[in-house]
Write a protein that binds this ligand. Structure first.
Ligand code: 1PW
Length: 215
């Protein structure tokens, strides 16, 4: 009775975490957002070591956010809205170029936010794909339409190479541990609106405060 079986990883749990980000007044809980990313990292790592360079940066960004959350002013980081207000009010964000605050919560979260757009596009392509669709192509297209524009040539090159090593559609769906193809498609159909909502609210928040281009 004392041996608790290792919880099986399921992408469904991860997407549900993003669902739990939203508060009743449409704010985003930093803790759940970061937890959602922890799950995405586990998912990426389960895709093989070739993805570890990609997940490494996400791990790094997660750690920076955790440090803010556990810091003296951790309570100011409860939601993305309170974080933005706190860091801007106290001049804790480098607006022009990286200087005194190279690891502000605002600029760190912006990187995760941009990557979430990639995930959103990629999952939507998977959801609407057919048996003969190629995961590598869907992933690369999603990347080129989102995150790629923010990356230097060398990173784009490495990322595109990693995508080529993605398992085929059937195996990829299995890695998600959600069940049959139909179940994966249904799960994505349910979860995608929450990811999109979280993305939209964050985008609007950053836009309002002119933070979308933070160095
Ligand atoms: C299969 C599921 C894929 C969805 C997850 C997407 C993860 C995105 C991580 C991409 C990281 C590529 C290598 C790192 C690049 C960094 O330079 C870059 N970080 C991100 C997250 O784009 C920018 O961060 P920086 O250098 O301004 O601190």
């Amino acid at each position: 009775a004392d041996s608790v079986p290792e919880e099986k990883f399921s992408l469904k749990e991860v997407l549900i975490t993003f669902q739990s980000c939203l508060t009743d007044n449409q704010e985003i809980l930093t803790d759940s957002y970061v937890n959602g990313w922890r799950g995405l990292v586990r998912f990426m790592n389960s895709l093989g070591s070739i993805f570890s360079f990609i997940s490494k940066d996400a791990v790094n960004k997660i750690q920076i956010m955790v440090t803010h959350q556990n810091g003296e002013n951790g309570d100011k980081y409860e939601t993305l809205q309170s974080m933005v207000k706190y860091e801007l009010d106290n001049n804790l964000v480098d607006l022009q170029r990286r200087a005194e605050h190279p690891e502000s919560g605002c600029r760190t979260l912006l990187r995760l936010h941009r990557a979430l757009r990639w995930l959103e596009l990629f999952l939507e392509k998977l959801r609407t794909s057919t048996e003969d669709s190629k995961t590598s192509v869907m992933c690369t297209d999603a990347y080129n339409d989102s995150l790629a524009q923010y990356h230097a040539w060398i990173i784009r090159k490495a990322a595109t190479m990693a995508f080529c090593a993605l398992p085929g559609r059937a195996a990829f769906f299995q890695t998600m541990n959600v069940g049959s193809t139909e179940q994966v498609v249904a799960m994505l159909g349910e979860a995608m609106p929450f990811i999109s909502k979280v993305y939209e609210i964050t985008e609007e928040l950053y836009k309002q405060h002119n933070l979308l281009e933070l160095p």
